[in-house]
Design a protein. Sequence first.
Length: 169
Amino acid sequence: MAELTLTESERRFLRALLRRKVPFIVVGLSAAALQGAPVVTQDVDLWFKDLHDPRLTKALPCEVGAAYVPPSILNPPMFAGAGTELFDIFLRMDGLGKFSDELRQCVEVRLGAYRLKVLSLERILASKRAANRSKDKLTIPVLEDSLLAASNSKQAKRKPRKMSRKRRS
């Protein structure tokens, strides 16, 4: 699996969320890249169960020196402060189920001593197809190939080897 290239303050932000047990999932192309898909993205998309979760509101200012900025007419919800610029906030994902249902299907990726919940390639594809944006249509073939390669790799690992038997006469 690939790794995200993160600054120390960005890692501190994720660790604070994980330590405080804030429910979130890494989604989008950053989630695909963490699973080995050969994609490039400029941000890390985080899907949160609830932005008003007190664990989140305490983790941001206390541990990271950042804040949650609620949406306005001109801006989506966002984080402000050092180490949070890379992260985009999502509260729903096109083509997917409820957060709690999707959380159960996530794969886990290590971040130091912690484990990030990451949306699986299958679910990323479902979301990209449902969103049907031009930029998503461009990445779908790459994600399909990555899913096929991952599936083939898993099958090769599981496939028992046949042992030849010599017959006695």
